[in-house]
Ligand binder design. Structure first.
Ligand code: NDP
Ligand code: MG
Length: 418
């Protein structure tokens, strides 16, 4: 297939980049849920995978522990470079990682990608819009990007496409639904795709009534039925914003219009997603909920390497259940769909407002039901513009955050007065 005709960010029907062993990996967000599971995958494959740089925000002791485990499993590998972005953790980081600590602040993320002599794969396991700039830097290095940070595509999907295409990089998805689609698309071209069907667990409130949703506690929000993940994505899964962000992610990755991306609630989370082809063939990928599979599949360049762990027992499951998502009870999903269709800065604004609202919920400042209210109010108050550069994206992100913070302050004031 002529790559010039291709619009998908994912290298659909195109050959993947090839690298010699061991694959040299930069791991952004090494202390997070995705980061730690990536390190597990590396520890299980010391001959084939090597970490050359890692980053964390403030949890430097946690990072030190992870690097001790890594060094024990990979004794031949040189110690990786380290970037710590939280200035408050700088002194401790300098003590722990003397001689290999990169600069401070968010620019250290870009430095972690640019500093190592050889890089083959950048795993982006950062949470939030902060992931966009390093995704663009990885694209400029022309490497494989194993992308967990879906916010990169929500905040600046068009920018990422431009840099990936200009510099010959590739994006392989880590998000389990998009990895499932990539596994179904192996050897196919984007012209063969008719429709994408994203599955959703439905989160902890799948069966909670609209009235009861207004009273749920933070502990209930954080109690996800099938996956153990970082706090932000766990909240997004409870509001179904996560599925909304994933629709936008799928649109950018596979160049499929929003009208042909569907969501099905599938409580067991056995089917990770479907691709329907133009001849009506429907392919799915199934498995137990274990992020190490999509992480490994993306990092190694879409091969099915051995992976220990539990296996799906179809007889035990017996049947697969699917339901339509309820956009009334879960307005965040509807808001994300609207933003995706509106395009331009709409998804950047959506993401910025959501990040502030989620942080406020985790900080006990607002209620679960306030999240969609905040996002809707921000979306209604801001106009939509094209996102032509990283500076544009960051400016729209800041604009949305400021607007959302004003609403949070108002809501938390009302809360205190009640
Ligand atoms: P976590 O919160 O567990 O980890 C986030 C990582 O990013 C940590 O290493 C953290 O460092 C670092 N970090 C946080 N804030 C900043 C910042 N401001 N600047 C630099 N680094 C920062 O997140 P997850 O691993 O759950 O999620 C990561 C991404 O992967 C998200 O985009 C999520 O949507 C996506 N994803 C996650 C899945 C999962 O199973 N967890 C599944 C599918 C997608 P520190 O520890 O020092 O704070
Ligand atoms: Mg997912």
């Amino acid at each position: 297939m002529d790559s010039k005709k291709s619009h998908s960010l994912y290298p659909c029907g195109r050959p993947l980049l090839t690298f010699p062993d061991p694959l040299k990996i930069v791991l952004l967000g090494a202390t997070g849920s995705i980061g730690k599971q990536t390190l597990e995958v590396v520890r299980a494959n010391p001959e084939r995978l090597q970490v050359v740089a890692v980053t964390c925000h403030g949890s430097v002791e946690n990072l030190e522990q992870e690097l001790i485990l890594l060094a024990a499993a990979c004794p031949e590998a040189p110690l990786p470079l380290v970037a710590v972005t939280d200035p408050k953790a700088r002194r401790k980081a300098a003590e722990l990682f003397s001689g290999r600590l990169l600069g401070e602040g968010a620019s250290a993320l870009v430095e972690a990608i640019e500093a190592p002599e050889t890089v083959h794969v950048v795993v982006n396991g950062l949470v939030g819009a902060v992931g966009l700039e390093p995704t663009l830097a990885a694209a400029r290095r022309g490497v494989r990007i194993a992308l967990a940070n879906k916010e990169s595509l929500v905040v600046g999907g068009d920018l990422v496409r431009r840099e990936v295409q200009t510099h010959g990089a590739e994006i392989l998805p880590v998000d389990s639904e998009h990895s499932a689609m990539a596994q179904c698309l192996s050897g196919r071209t984007e012209e063969e795709i008719h429709k994408l069907v994203l599955t959703a667990s439905g989160g902890p409130f799948r069966q909670t009534s609209a009235a009861d949703l207004q009273k749920v506690s933070l502990a209930e929000v954080l109690n996800h039925p099938t996956w153990t993940m970082g706090p932000k994505i766990t909240v997004d899964s409870a509001t179904l914003m996560n599925k909304g962000l994933e629709i936008i992610e799928a649109h950018h990755l596979f160049a499929v219009p929003y009208e042909r991306i569907e969501v099905l609630v599938h409580p067991g989370s056995y089917v990770h997603s479907f691709v329907e082809f133009v001849d009506g063939a429907l392919l799915a990928q199934l498995g137990t909920p274990d992020m190490k599979l999509p992480i490994q599949y993306a990092v190694c360049g879409e091969k099915h390497w051995p992976l220990p762990g539990s296996r799906l027992d179809l007889l035990q499951i017996g049947q697969l259940v699917f339901e339509e998502p309820d956009l009334k009870r879960f307005p965040c999903l509807a808001l994300a769909m609207q933003a995706g269709k509106a395009g331009g800065s709409a998804t950047t604004l959506l993401n910025g407002a959501n990040e502030v609202a989620v942080a406020a919920l985790l900080d006990h400042k607002i209620k679960y039901g306030d999240i969609p209210r905040i996002i809707e109010e921000v979306m209604e108050s801001e106009s939509i513009h094209p996102v032509g550069s990283l500076q544009d994206a960051l400016a729209f992100d800041t604009q949305a955050r400021r607007a959302a913070e004003v609403i949070v302050a108002r809501l938390s004031q009302t809360e205190r007065e009640v």
